[in-house]
Write a protein that binds this ligand. Structure first.
Ligand code: PMP
Length: 430
C-alpha cells in the first residue's frame, strides 16, 4: 500500500499536536509503525485514507458506529437537525426524548443526565456516589478504563497499558490514596478489602474491553452486587462500550444484574459526542439543580448528537435480530481464526462477547486476567496488525483493545477479512 499522504500529514502533525494525534492509541506506536493512517472518509464497514486506500474497519470509532458508517437513517435525521441550529445552551425536546428512550432501554436507569463524553459521565457518577454514600474511597479494577478523569486514571487500561504505564503522571497523592484497585475477577479480594475500607463505589466495566476483551462470569458481577448492597457502596456499571452493544439494554440486561448507577457513551451519540450517566431516582436527584452535586456542560445534550443518538437507539431497540446477527458474525470469524491457528501452528486464544472480540497470541487456553493478557505475545500482535493493514483491514493497533463488529459487515466482508487473516497468520508463522 502507498501511505505517502498519511506520512506527510503525520510529519506536520507531530510538530503541532502531541504525538500527532488527539488520542494516544491512534498513533499506531504500539505496532511499531512510524505513522498512522489518516482517515479521509468512511462508508458502512469501510474506511478510506488520505492515500485512497480502502480498508474493512474493525475499530468502528471504538464502538459508536454499530450500525456502520454513514447510516442513511441517521444522516437524514442529522441533516434535518443541523438546519434547526447546532447548540443553544437552553433545553430542547430532543434531549427529553433521548432520555425517555434510554430509560426505556436500560433496565436500571430511572433518571439520566447527558454529558459530552464517556469520561464526563464516569467522573460525574463517581462524584455522585461519594456524595450519596458520604465516603471518599472508590474501587476500580486493574486494566479497566473509565475515561481520563484523575481518580479513574489509576491502574487504567486501554492506551495506558499500550504505552506501558498504568497510572497517569500528574495525579496527586490524595487521588492515588482514594482510588483503590484490585485485579478484575477475584471476588475474595473484593470481599476482604471491603471489610477494612469504607468505599463509596465500585466502578466496573461489566465486560472489560480495555485490556483486550475479558469474558466475564455472571457470578462475579452478582458477587459485586451483593457486596455493594451489604456495605452501602454503590455499584457503577461503566457501560460506555457494553451499553446498547451487548444487548439493547447493555450488559445489565444480558446478565440480569441491577447496578445503582450506569455510565454510557459511544453508541448513544451514534458517532457524535455524547455521554450519559443515570440510575436510581433518589441518587440522581442529588445532582444540581435538584441537589448540590454539581454537573454541567455547555454542549451537554447537544441537539445534533442527541438526534444521531435517538435515531441510532431507536433502530437498535426496534431491531432485536441485529444482536443475534452480530454475535453470529463474530462466531464465524472466531471459528475461522481457530482454524487458521491450527493450520499455521500459531497458538491463539480468542475472547468474545456479543459483537466484541480480541485475539491473544498465547499458548494458554484461557485469557482471564490482566496477567494472562500481559503474557500474550505483543510482537505477534504487531505482525498481525501490520499484515492486516497491508491487506486492507484495520484492526485495533493494540492487544489491549477489542475488535468491533458492525451491522454492515456482510458475508463478503467477513470472508475478505478471513483471507487477510490467513495472510497474517502465514506472516506470523514464518
Ligand atoms: N469508559 C469506557 C469503558 C471506555 O471504553 C471509554 C472510552 N474508550 C470511556 C469510559 C471514556 O469515554 P470517552 O472516550 O468518550 O471519554
Amino acid at each position: 500500500m502507498n501511505y505517502k499522504n498519511s506520512k506527510d500529514i503525520f510529519e506536520k502533525a507531530v510538530n503541532i499536536i502531541p504525538g500527532g494525534v488527539n488520542s494516544p492509541v491512534r498513533a499506531f506506536k504500539s505496532v511499531e509503525k512510524e505513522f498512522p493512517i489518516f482517515v479521509k472518509s468512511a462508508n458502512k464497514a469501510h474506511l478510506m485514507d488520505e492515500d485512497g486506500n480502502k480498508y474493512i474497519d474493525f475499530i468502528q470509532s471504538w464502538g459508536p458506529m454499530i450500525l456502520g458508517h454513514n447510516d442513511e437513517r441517521v444522516i437524514k435525521a442529522v441533516q434535518a437537525a443541523v438546519l434547526d441550529g447546532c447548540s443553544f445552551g437552553l433545553p430542547t425536546k430532543k434531549e427529553v426524548e433521548l432520555a425517555e428512550l434510554i430509560i426505556s432501554m436500560v433496565p436500571s436507569i430511572e433518571k439520566v443526565r447527558l454529558t459530552t463524553s464517556g469520561t464526563e459521565a464516569t467522573m460525574a457518577a463517581v462524584r455522585v456516589a461519594r456524595a450519596y454514600t458520604k465516603k471518599n474511597k472508590i474501587l476500580k479494577f486493574e486494566g479497566c478504563y473509565h475515561g481520563h478523569s484523575d481518580s479513574l486514571l489509576v491502574a487504567a487500561g486501554s492506551g495506558l497499558l499500550t504505552e506501558g504505564y498504568q497510572d497517569s503522571n500528574g495525579l496527586t497523592e490524595g487521588v492515588l490514596k482514594d482510588t483503590l484497585t484490585l485485579p478484575f475477577g477475584n471476588l475474595e479480594k473484593v470481599e476482604k478489602l471491603m471489610e477494612k475500607e469504607e468505599i463509596a463505589c465500585i466502578i466496573v466495566e461489566p465486560i472489560p474491553a480495555n485490556m483486550g476483551l475479558i469474558e466475564t462470569k455472571k457470578e462475579y458481577l452478582e458477587g459485586l452486587r451483593k457486596l455493594c448492597t451489604e456495605h452501602n457502596t454503590l455499584l457503577i456499571f461503566d457501560e460506555v462500550i457494553s451499553g446498547f452493544r451487548i444487548a439493547a439494554g447493555g450488559a445489565q440486561e444480558h446478565y440480569g444484574i441491577t447496578p445503582d448507577l450506569t455510565t454510557l457513551g459511544k453508541i448513544i451519540g451514534g458517532g457524535y459526542p455524547v455521554g450519559a450517566f443515570g440510575g436510581k431516582r433518589e441518587i440522581m436527584d442529588m445532582i444540581a439543580p435538584v441537589g448540590d452535586v454539581y454537573h454541567a456542560g455547555t454542549l451537554s445534550g447537544n441537539p445534533i448528537s442527541v438526534t444521531a443518538g435517538f435515531e441510532t437507539l431507536s433502530i437498535l431497540k426496534n431491531t432485536p435480530s441485529l444482536y443475534t446477527d452480530l454475535e453470529a458474525k463474530v462466531d464465524y470469524i472466531v471459528e475461522g481464526i481457530y482454524k487458521l491457528s491450527e493450520k499455521y501452528n500459531v497458538p491463539v486464544c480468542v475472547n468474545k462477547a456479543g459483537s466484541l472480540f480480541t485475539i491473544f497470541f498465547t499458548d494458554k487456553k484461557k485469557v482471564e486476567t490482566l496477567e494472562d493478557v500481559m503474557a500474550s505475545d505483543t510482537t505477534k500482535y504487531s505482525k498481525y496488525f501490520n499484515a492486516m493493514l497491508e491487506n486492507g483491514v484495520v484492526v485495533p493497533p493494540s492487544k489491549f483493545e477489542a475488535h468491533f463488529m458492525g451491522a454492515t459487515h456482510n458475508e463478503e466482508i467477513l470472508n475478505e477479512t478471513l483471507s487477510a487473516m490467513e495472510k497474517a497468520f502465514i506472516e506470523i508463522s514464518k
